[in-house]
Design a protein around this ligand. Structure first.
Ligand SMILES: Cc1ncc(C[n+]2csc(CCOP(=O)(O)OP(=O)(O)O)c2C)c(N)n1
Ligand code: SF4
Ligand SMILES: [Mg+2]
Length: 284
């Protein structure tokens, strides 16, 4: 199976030049490579929210669930708990993940459930035509803020690090080989992983030039060092003209939620079986 075979017949309605195309291509390539040309593709499940980003599941020929705005994480968690052998990947927008769904994201990182979240961070509500989001810069002029926002953006990498995320990375929609590499690593990492993709929305917030001037790939960075990761995450605060690091910021190995959950479940089952045996012994 080639990356092309993961395509569907759904009509693509993204604007020409939208950064979502790069995410789609990088993801299809990552899955093709991870599955050894497509074998075992049924071992993956995709979940998306509502927004321009969410249409991605219509364009990938894999098992998927088109959920609702802000609720990608709970749906992904439910699939993982019901079928721990499945690799679950969630696609969410910045409005979806860092706005309405932020509490789910924080708790998923905290409990270290083994899902991968890919955030199409275009720093605007694309589908609803250009309102500001938690990552829009101070002064952002959009449909709901014609005179500019009056609040500072959040730094999602910092929030995720503080919440206990086991794997954290950043890519852009203008760097396909790096994005593919990061996706593969995030998907294969055991535990909660998040890739923040600076995805350009050409229609409502065209940042190609801004990003192209500032991005650089992390070199010699110790991904096991929390403080180094935090410093790198703080280097660019989504509002200034600082350089923007790309690559894997942080990764750690820790027991996952489903491992702990299943252990408890198994214990309950053993307890129940013992009780049944005892009941039968007494009954005879
Ligand atoms: C529960 C719920 N809240 C709000 C909406 C309205 N809504 C739909 S898409 C959207 C914003 C999408 O922005 P984002 O998540 O950044 O995705 P993008 O379109 O930029 O990819 C909103 C607020 C909705 N459909 N459902
Ligand atoms: S509105 Fe923006 S995010 Fe949505 S498809 Fe168009 S360019 Fe992409
Ligand atoms: Mg958005």
């Amino acid at each position: 199976m080639s990356a092309l075979n993961l395509g569907t017949y759904a009509q693509n309605t993204w604007c020409p030049g939208c950064g979502n195309f790069a995410i789609l291509s990088a993801f299809r390539m990552a899955i093709t490579e991870l599955t050894g040309e497509g074998a075992g593709v049924e071992k993956f499940a995709l979940v998306s929210g509502i927004g321009c980003h969410a249409k991605i599941v219509d364009y990938i020929n894999m098992n998927s669930f088109y959920s609702i705005h802000g609720r990608v994480v709970p749906v992904a968690e439910a699939i993982k708990l019901a079928s721990p052998e499945i690799k679950v990947i969630g696609f969410a927008g910045d409005g979806d993940a860092y706005g309405e769904g932020i509490e789910h994201l924080i708790f998923a990182a905290k409990r270290n459930i083994d899902i991968t979240m890919i955030i199409h961070n275009n720093r605007v509500y694309g589908l609803t035509t250009g309102q500001y989001t938690p990552t829009s810069p101070l002064g952002f002029k959009g449909r709901s803020t014609p005179h500019g926002t009056k609040e500072l953006p959040i730094n999602p990498l910092e929030v995720m690090l503080a919440s206990g995320a086991a794997f954290l990375a950043r890519g852009t929609s203008h760097g396909l080989p790096l994005l593919k590499k990061i996706f593969k690593e995030a998907i294969m990492h055991k535990g909660f992983s998040l890739v923040d993709v600076l995805q350009v929305c050409v229609t409502y917030y065209n940042m190609y030039e801004y990003y192209d001037k500032r991005v650089y790939e992390l070199q010699g960075h110790n991904t096991g060092d929390y403080n180094q990761a935090l410093n790198k995450a703080r280097e660019w605060d989504y509002n200034t003209d600082a350089k923007i690091a790309l690559g894997v910021f942080y990764k750690k190995t820790a027991p996952t939620f489903e491992e702990n959950f299943l252990r408890t479940g198994e214990r309950k089952k053993i307890d129940r079986d013992l009780k049944v045996k005892e009941f039968l012994k007494n009954a005879i």
